[in-house]
Design a protein. Structure first.
Length: 131
């Protein structure tokens, strides 16, 4: 199967996961602040950090599965385009304070998620080498 088919399959799954989880969080919390998108950006950054570091650090994961998980699933799951639109909408509405908080929290927590994912992958690879 061509690599782009693997990416497409992962993208479909990631997009569906983003829709379901983002909607669930937003509905449960009932906030006008885009908490669903914030959660998706943070968890997507964590997942991508882990998956890239782990799959590039072991021969056990081939290029097809790596593409399915990273470019596919994480690409379909993360929502920085939605983040940009929601930030612009907050600014257009004159809600500068909330826009600034949303921007700062998204960047800080997403970077922290990526670093945490990388650290977790290092530990997982170290455990794998022991066995």
């Amino acid at each position: 199967m061509p690599l782009y088919v693997w990416v497409a399959l992962g993208s479909a799954a990631g997009g569906l996961a983003r829709f379901l989880l983002g909607t669930l969080i937003q509905q449960k919390l009932g906030s006008t602040f885009p908490l669903g998108t914030l959660a998706i950006n943070v968890t997507g950054s964590l997942a991508l950090g882990f998956l890239l570091r782990y799959t590039l650090g072991t021969a056990a994961v081939g290029p097809e599965i790596r593409a399915l998980l990273t470019s596919g699933f994480c690409g379909g799951y993360t929502t920085f385009s939605t983040f940009s639109y929601e930030t612009a909408a907050l600014i257009e509405d004159g809600d500068y304070h909330r826009a600034a908080w949303y921007l700062a929290l998204s960047v800080a927590f997403s970077l922290a998620g990526a670093f945490l994912g990388i650290a977790l992958a290092r530990e997982a690879l170290a455990l794998r080498r022991r066995f």
